[in-house]
Design a binder for this molecule. Structure first.
Ligand SMILES: NC(=O)c1ccc[n+]([C@@H]2O[C@H](COP(=O)([O-])OP(=O)(O)OC[C@H]3O[C@@H](n4cnc5c(N)ncnc54)[C@H](O)[C@@H]3O)[C@@H](O)[C@H]2O)c1
Length: 315
């Protein structure tokens, strides 16, 4: 059986990925520091379902503080999802958290893997590395130009992978994820915030005129991309992982309203620093590589997230 490591395993995407890997018969070690970017209780709930798998083991630790050598023994792949996510908070006084969890932790993992050329590294990068691209949809060849400190740290980590690949032959593939949603989504993300506020009859805040768009990606497709890229051993590549479709903020509000059968109260404020106008990915590289077919309609996906939130007593 293959042994793999998932960093950020108690988080939103990491917990989905870990669950799928366990279902597929992998032996998985998960590591997570329970960073306080949101409530620990939500991450503990994510973890609870993983602990039911016999072949799952968990280490609560910060990648920056733990000795990684014993953790990496016998591991064939590292799915590196641990990070301090979120664009808006990356301005101001929390930047040390971004640097530490996104850049320094990544460099530490890379150092620990320098002498293990067989290990395959799959890095969770972000659409934020593109910033406000001049031409949409972005391809993996679009020059990265982040417009937030968060995006800059995700790009810095990508650069670190390139350096270690060149110098030490590290086997790495980068997945640039676009606005992932679905059950267990981080509470700071728009879909979660809108669903919980509208369900509670509270106002939602919309920055800008609502015409900006996002390429929303249902979490199961992200997980599927990870698993297939790992199984096929597609290394040395960069992939956009997205739906390839744009939903504007105003359309998203309508979708949330129909998922809940309730009208939203909308408060509009000016756009925020670091907010990208519209994100839209060309996903043809991933389609060709693994037959990627993200065909869940955004209404269907958001309805599933609403059902999850109801089941969890969160709305
Ligand atoms: N959610 C999205 O839409 C999205 C989009 C693009 C990229 N990403 C990337 O995907 C990854 C997962 O994002 P998410 O939305 O699931 O976030 P999340 O916050 O739910 O999960 C990240 C997890 O990493 C853990 N972590 C952070 N720093 C750590 C450290 N130093 N050591 C150990 N654990 C640490 C956190 O405690 C958290 O549980 C991140 O790398 C993020 O940058 C997410």
């Amino acid at each position: 059986m293959k042994r793999v490591l998932v960093t950020g395993a108690a988080g939103f995407i990491g917990s989905h990925l870990t669950e799928r890997l366990c279902e597929d018969g992998y032996e998985v070690t998960g590591i997570d520091s329970f960073l306080d970017n949101y409530q620990r209780g939500l991450k503990e709930e994510n973890l609870k379902r993983l602990l039911d798998y016999e072949d799952f083991s968990f280490i609560e630790a910060d990648l920056n503080e733990i000795g990684l050598t014993p953790v990496l023994d016998g591991i064939s792949a590292v799915f590196h999802l641990a990070a301090r996510p979120g664009v808006r908070d990356s301005w101001g006084l929390h930047f040390d958290e971004y640097l530490s969890n996104n850049v320094l932790a990544t460099q530490k993992l890379l150092e620990a893997l320098k002498d293990r050329p067989d290990v395959f590294f799959l890095y969770a990068s972000s659409s934020s590395v593109y910033g406000d691209a001049d031409v949409l949809p972005v391809t993996e060849e679009t020059p990265p130009r982040p417009v937030s400190p968060y995006g800059a740290t995700k790009l810095a980590a990508e650069d670190m992978f390139d350096l270690y690949k060149r110098e030490y032959g590290t086997r790495v593939t980068t997945l640039r994820l676009f606005s992932v949603y679905g059950p267990r989504q981080r509470p700071d993300m728009a879909v979660h915030k809108f669903l919980t506020a509208v369900a509670a009859g509270k106002p939602i805040t919309v920055y800008g005129d609502g015409s900006s768009g996002r390429d929303y990606t249902y979490v199961d497709y992200v997980v599927d991309a990870y698993v297939k890229i790992a199984e096929k051993g597609i290394e040395g590549a960069v992939f956009n992982v997205a739906s390839g479709k744009i939903t504007t903020l105003n359309e998203l509000i309508k979708v949330v309203e129909s998922a809940l059968g309730k009208k939203a109260i909308v408060e509009r404020l000016p756009g925020q620093p670091g907010d990208v106008g519209t994100t839209h990915a060309d996903i043809s590289r991933l389609e060709e590589a693994i037959g990627f077919d993200p065909n869940t309609d955004v209404l269907e996906g958001i309805a599933k997230q609403a059902t999850y939130l109801k089941g969890a007593g969160l709305i």
